[in-house]
Write a protein that binds this ligand. Sequence first.
Ligand SMILES: Nc1nc2c(ncn2[C@@H]2O[C@H](COP(=O)(O)OP(=O)(O)O)[C@@H](O)[C@H]2O)c(=O)[nH]1
Ligand SMILES: [Mg+2]
Length: 377
Amino acid sequence: MVGDGDRKELTRRGDVLATKRREYDEDDVRVRPGKSSRPRTRTRPRHEDAVDGLVIAVDRGRYTCVLPDAGPDAPLVTAMRARELGRKSVVVGDRVGLVGDTSGAAGALARIVRIAERSSVLRRTADDDENTAEGRLERVVVANADQLVIVSALADPPPRTGFIDRCLVAAYDADIEPLLCLTKADLAGPEQVLGYYAELELPYVLVRPDSDLDALRDLLAGRVSVLVGHSGVGKSTLVNRLVPDADRAVGVVSAIGRGRHTSTSAVALRLPPRPGGDTDPGWIVDTPGVRSFGLAHVSADSLLHGFPDLVEGTVDCPVNCPHTADEAGCALDAWVAAGKADARRLASYRRLLASRSGEGDAREPDQRNPGDPLAGS
Ligand SMILES: Nc1nc2c(ncn2[C@@H]2O[C@H](COP(=O)(O)OP(=O)(O)O)[C@@H](O)[C@H]2O)c(=O)[nH]1
Ligand SMILES: [Mg+2]
């Protein structure tokens, strides 16, 4: 069912969609007649026989789907989008209606005829600056996610709160719950990072090579969780521990994607059943190609929602206060001076504000904040 939510999104993003590369649809498999010869009002079948599918991978116009009603061992179904979907994109996590050959047999191709209304939409922009073409190119990363798992190492590489702050903004903007997953807890303690987020009640788990991951699995159960993290933080190690046959699953998906490895896009992986548990273990979505979240699509107001520890501090700001450092009337400086929030959090918020308006400091985070090992994105 395509609900109101989808239509609103289409309208709001109309100008963005126009700049997107056109996606393949079923018409691409045959010679396309002249556009004007196609009657616009043709009555289309209603597809009452469509079966429910969950999109777990996308590669060049081919969508890999599982049929949730068919059980965990049912074959994967390859599908392409039906023309009647129009320009609406289909992404990992989408719940879709499938018709055609849904047997999953080799060479079988189904068609996606509808996209269910999305409960959440995690987006990113290619970069921060909404004044550039790249900055306006907004991408939906994952649909229907419940949780954003921000994977950060405690050492090697050191934690980057700038990156975590960015992820928090993306999570709050998408209405997805954040979870901080701190890896390499055998190498360093979490005190510094947790101190920085002390005002936030941010849920977190610590991971080390010998930890049993039960606390994490508890938090993943029954949900669709997206994992993001810089390279080297141990994300692949974690994914492989959570889903021991992840490599095989991703291999199957990439074979369906006609040989090219899908490592740049998101892949949903079903978590294995837990011993003795009959509850849904949940899904994780690995995002190998997502190195950060460009935030050009997030308004300055929404940006503040990534900093709930600062929100109350803006109550005394003048109307339409931009909250920038050069704004003398901004109440956030007094808020921090009174000890209500960490000065580094305000600095991080203002860095994001500045990078959104194209005034970002192009220097590497390390050079920018020599005194603050936690900063940077
Ligand atoms: N000490 C320690 N090393 C880890 C841990 N998790 C991963 N590593 C190591 O960190 C390196 C990067 O891990 P990888 O999973 O490839 O990171 P990814 O780039 O985020 O996918 C590898 O050498 C791992 O063995 C951990 O909890 N503790
Ligand atoms: Mg990796």
